[in-house]
Design a protein around this ligand. Structure first.
Ligand code: C2O
Ligand code: CU
Length: 641
């Protein structure tokens, strides 16, 4: 069974186990209050429930073992806390409660069965089972003392209170004592539990250290001397004006936010070696903006992250970005202010850097996939998007490159039917040894790009996105959609040698748990049990090679996106990868990815999940270089997610 299935099964079992033990304890207690014959019947029902509870509890053991095979990250809190809390009292109940549930009444009159002996072990098992559910909500990896203490305090308090209330003599004072114990335990849990998420942003602490400001890590001015050849670069100037716009789809109009009145914004197409200068003007009422160059590893000061590399550009203001276009490939740009709202609403466009030497393809087109609300669309070469079938006429025999950009927050399954094709580039980087694919489908992460190349056949070609026919090349009628297996992108292309050594190891365990966010505990998308801004910032030194292990123990897919760097994929679920470079890689539930990051672009960088709603729910953090500081601050007008 896949790890993702085991995670789901484990969650279901957690709840079943808690329900089974609660029912057993409840029915046993009811049986004690009934007169002899009826009481015996009820106790026998309780005994049957006990057997069922034992069975579901036992099922948790193979599931936990299965998860453990995928890594300790998936089971740490289960093995150390959740399982002992239910298994140990369950064993005690077998010795103490079960014989008494099964015992025949020894005559009429006074109660012969002590509630403490019959019901207490069952109640404690039920509390342990509920504590196990609580572990899943409040504790992720690693298991912290605070989280564990909070769960244990509530478990212990419930047990103590039950012991007292099941005692032979009950006075009204007992109830008050019990209530007092409960309140005390809750207070302890909240106090120690509060410590589980730490106080202040580690990033802020780091930023106050001495060093060079990210403000100085900017692109060259237009007057700067040339590149490696010494010649002055060609300067390409663009203006992007953020403004409202209406997108007209066949299914109706959409109120959008746009660059230059169009969604997607203009395709910025430059040549390798150009100096790109983009003036951002904000004419959006009431909404600040920035421009982030997704996948293009610009100097840090040009990265467009509000609160890290600049202040968000308020309505009426402007900001100028400059960078040398040195890395050919397919990229995109989008606002990074309130990005979980701004990008879906349309504040994005495409960026293509053509190589200095021309590509072999005579036909070269950019395709932006974007979903407005629930309406998936495709834009070809920056034209208005369509939620119907887009068309392209290409001369048969022409070598063709389709640059497919997923601007959504969810992955998309692509298919190209009608011609064999190759994935020539992934996230802007060429794929060495790309092989022909025939009818295969592709999984493209949120924010990711694939350049697909093929020779135009005499018949039509169909690109599908999800279940939807998106682009028809040379109709009139569409060929069958690609329906083959999904290519494992981590195994595609020719293998290249991995780095020989690593200077640092970093682990990001992704989960959805209760964590402090904005000063309140909430259900958050977490990294190592913490949510923004409490996720510790990995600090690297220029030149270091860092191995990053990303573990997804949640039930959502997380397209992880480190800014300013491409990472090289080393392995997925322990299977060595060919070594492609990506800037956005999709870590599915239960998966473990290992990637290598070479610290070759000093700065203050954002890293986050590109399911932008997840970033807004806490899954964003920083990667910092030793000695780089920022004068900007989060909060106020700056809201990257
Ligand atoms: Cu495409 Cu930080 O984002
Ligand atoms: Cu995510």
């Amino acid at each position: 069974m896949s790890t993702a299935r085991l995670i789901a099964l484990d969650q279901i079992l957690f709840v079943l186990v808690a329900a089974a033990w609660a029912a057993t304890a409840g029915v046993a207690l009811a049986g004690l209050r009934q007169p002899a014959a009826a009481g015996r019947r009820t106790r026998l029902i309780a005994a049957a429930l006990w057997a069922a509870a034992i069975v579901v509890t036992a099922l948790r053991i193979p599931v936990t073992l299965g998860l453990a095979r995928a890594g300790w990250w998936f089971v740490a809190e289960k093995v150390t806390l959740a399982l002992p809390l239910v298994v140990l009292p369950a064993l005690a109940s077998a010795a103490v409660s079960l014989p008494r549930l099964l015992r025949a009444p020894s005559g009429s009159g006074a109660p012969v069965l002590s509630p403490r002996l019959v019901a207490f072990p069952l109640l404690v098992t039920a509390y342990g089972a509920v504590a196990g559910v609580a572990c899943g909500v409040v504790i992720s990896y690693p298991v912290t003392g605070g989280g564990a203490a909070a769960v244990l305090a509530l478990f212990a308090a419930a047990s103590v209170v039950s012991w007292r209330l099941l005692g032979p003599v009950r006075t009204p004072g007992d109830r008050w004592q019990a209530a007092g114990t409960g309140v005390l335990a809750l207070a302890v849990a909240l106090t120690v539990g509060g410590g589980w998420s730490g106080g202040h942003p580690h990033f802020g602490d780091h930023a106050r250290a001495q060093g060079i400001s990210v403000d100085l890590l900017r692109g060259p001015a237009a007057s700067a001397a040339g590149g490696p050849s010494g010649a002055k670069p060609r300067v390409r100037r663009f203006t992007l004006t953020a403004q409202p716009a209406t997108v007209r789809l066949a299914s109706g109009p959409i109120d959008a936010w746009s660059f230059n009145g169009q969604v997607p914004g203009p395709v910025l197409r430059v040549r390798q070696g150009d100096l790109v200068e983009v003036t951002l003007r904000n004419r959006l009422p009431g909404q600040a903006v920035t421009v982030h160059w997704h996948g293009y590893d610009v100097p840090s000061g040009e990265d467009g992250v509000p609160g890290v590399t600049q202040n968000a550009v308020a309505p009426g203001q402007t900001h100028v970005y400059r960078f040398r276009a040195e890395d050919p490939g397919t990229y995109w740009y989008h606002s990074h202010q309130n990005s979980s709202i701004a990008v879906p609403r349309g504040l994005f466009g495409l960026l293509v850097v053509d190589p200095a030497a021309p590509l072999p393809e005579s036909e070269d087109h950019v395709l932006a996939l974007h979903t407005f609300g629930t309406r998936p669309t495709l834009s070809v070469d920056g034209a208005a998007p369509t939620d119907g079938l887009a068309r392209l006429a290409l001369p048969p025999g022409a070598r063709t490159r389709l640059r497919v950009v997923n601007t959504d927050t969810r992955p998309v399954v692509l298919g190209l039917g009608g011609a064999p094709y190759r994935i020539a580039a992934v996230d802007g980087g060429d794929v060495p040894g790309a092989t022909d694919l025939d009818g295969a489908r592709l999984h493209l992460a949120a924010g990711g790009r694939y350049d697909l190349t093929f020779t135009v056949p005499s018949g039509p070609v169909l690109l599908t996105a999800g279940d939807r026919p998106a682009l028809l090349v040379n109709g009139p009628s569409a060929p069958p959609a690609a329906a083959g297996p999904i290519v494992d992108i981590t195994r595609y292309g020719a293998a290249t040698a991995p780095p020989a050594r690593f200077d640092q190891e970093v682990t990001w365990v992704l989960d959805k748990t209760l964590a402090m966010a904005d000063g309140l505990p909430r259900l958050a998308q977490t990294v190592n049990g913490k949510a923004w801004p409490n996720i510790p910032t990995p600090v690297v030194r220029q030149g270091q090679t860092v191995r990053i292990r990303v573990v997804n123990r949640g039930t959502d897919t997380h397209p992880m996106h480190p800014h300013g760097h491409h990472v090289r994929i080393l392995s997925r679920n322990g299977v060595p990868a060919t070594g492609l470079s990506m800037d956005t890689f999709d870590v599915a539930p239960g998966e473990v990815w290992e990637v290598a990051l070479v610290a070759d672009n000093p700065g203050m960088w954002m890293s986050h999940c590109h399911d932008l709603a997840h970033a807004a729910q806490g899954m964003e953090f920083h990667l910092a270089y030793e000695g780089v500081t920022t004068p900007y601050e989060m909060g106020g007008g700056n809201h990257p997610a």
